[in-house]
Design a protein around this ligand. Structure first.
Ligand code: FMN
Length: 378
């Protein structure tokens, strides 16, 4: 563990330990991957102001996201098939987040179900909803999230149609993986992963199988999923979802200020400035470049979060400077999970915390919540 100092170190280890199909699923973006790359690269264009001889003792990274106290404003983003990076991945990541004091968001497309995660956590987690055409299934999901005492619903808006990731098509991605010769060889050289998978019953989409009409097994699941994303979804749908849910609502996938202003009018509690980690509209702006304009446009009318490309604590602070009250990490925690299971997720959070803390001090600040535009050199 001592040689692991950065998120990139966790990524290298995950590449060795996770079957190629699932590692590639995490490390990929739509089409040319230009937005995926820009998400990371654009953080590098932003520079801090270095300040000296200010008292930097008693620092704190604590903050709140939608009124919930967080040890640092970094939630785990909803990611599909997390239980394929490591056996029981969602359950382990949720436990790591709970122990660290940051929110965990469970995806609709998870391997472990809402009930699985609730059974191993004590504090409420957040649930991410995809609105699918089968409305009975969607209503059921909302009710299951309520029953599991989830404290926020994260409604994803940027996936009414699936962007294409070439790697997934070429790899024949599926959960569980098909037993082709190439897949069997690829898994056989990763015994830790295989052992974990052999020891868990959780190997397919457990929020869906057995809950959606006509989806009783993996064979029926594939065709069901592809036809389920709802191209008719509109702003009107946010109202009935909000009403049915009745709790805190976060709208995820906003990249344009006009949409942000519409989102603020819905009465939701927060928006996430996001391009789905560069997995949907290739050629869209990086999230960090879209953030400032959106935060300025909505002002105090709605809380602003962001995700996409965060690979260090410095990136988190840059997002805070440009108007985000909270951030999310996707791949950084997935790499941690693939590399070292629960311990790896904790390690990813620890790396980010340390980088945030030292950067905060060298910028001459004590509180992460004090970071603003004037801490950036422009
Ligand atoms: C492997 C993977 C699966 C994802 N699945 C979902 C999902 O099921 N629902 C969702 O709203 N976002 C999903 N996302 C997007 C993330 O929630 C988040 O927006 C993105 O990962 C942030 O970028 P980052 O990975 O660079 O931190 C996924 C991202 C990845 C990498």
């Amino acid at each position: 563990m001592s040689a692991i100092l950065t998120i990139a170190d966790l990524k290298d280890l995950a590449r060795r330990r996770v079957p190629k199909m699932f590692f590639d699923y995490a490390d990929s973006g739509a089409w040319t991957e230009s937005t995926y790359r820009a998400n990371e690269e654009d953080f590098g264009k932003i520079k801090f102001r270095q300040r000296v001889l200010v008292d930097m003792s008693n620092r704190s990274l604590e903050s709140t996201m939608i009124g919930e106290k967080v040890a640092m404003p970094v939630a785990l983003a909803p990611t599909g098939m997390t239980g394929m990076q490591h056996a029981d991945g969602e359950m382990l990541a949720a436990q790591a987040a709970e122990e660290f004091g940051v929110p965990f968001t469970l995806s609709t497309m998870s391997i472990c179900s809402i009930e699985d995660v609730a059974s191993v956590t004590k504090k409420p987690f957040w649930f991410q909803l995809y609105v699918l055409r089968d409305k009975d299934f969607v209503l059921g999901l909302i009710d299951r999230a309520k029953a599991a005492q989830c404290s926020a619903l994260v409604l994803t808006l940027d996936l009414q149609i699936l962007g294409q990731r070439h790697k997934d098509v070429r790899n024949g991605l599926s959960a569980p993986p098909r037993m082709t010769l190439a897949n069997v060889i690829d898994m056989a050289i990763r015994p830790r992963w295989c052992l974990g998978m052999a020891g868990t019953p959780r190997r397919t989409f457990r929020n869906i199988v057995g809950h959606a009409k006509g989806v009783g097994d993996v064979a029926s699941l594939a065709s069901w999923t592809t036809e389920q994303f709802d191209q008719h979804l509109s702003w009107k749908d946010v109202a009935w979802i909000k009403e049915r849910w009745g709790g805190k609502l976060i709208l995820k996938g906003i990249l344009d200020k006009e949409d942000a202003l519409m989102a603020a009018k819905t009465g939701a509690d927060a928006i996430v400035v996001s391009n789905h980690g560069g997995r949907q509209l290739d050629g869209a702006s990086s999230s960090i470049m879209a953030l400032e304009e959106i935060a300025d446009a909505v002002g105090d009318s709605i809380e602003v979060h962001m995700d996409g490309g965060i690979r260090s604590g410095q990136d988190v602070l840059k997002a805070l400077c440009l108007g985000a009250k909270g951030t999310y990490i996707g791949r950084p925690f997935l790499y941690g999970l693939g590399a070292l299971g629960k311990e790896g997720v904790t390690k990813a959070l620890e790396i980010i915390r340390k980088e945030m803390d030292i950067t905060l001090a060298l910028c001459g600040k004590r509180l992460a919540t004090d970071m603003g535009k004037d801490q950036l050199r422009r």
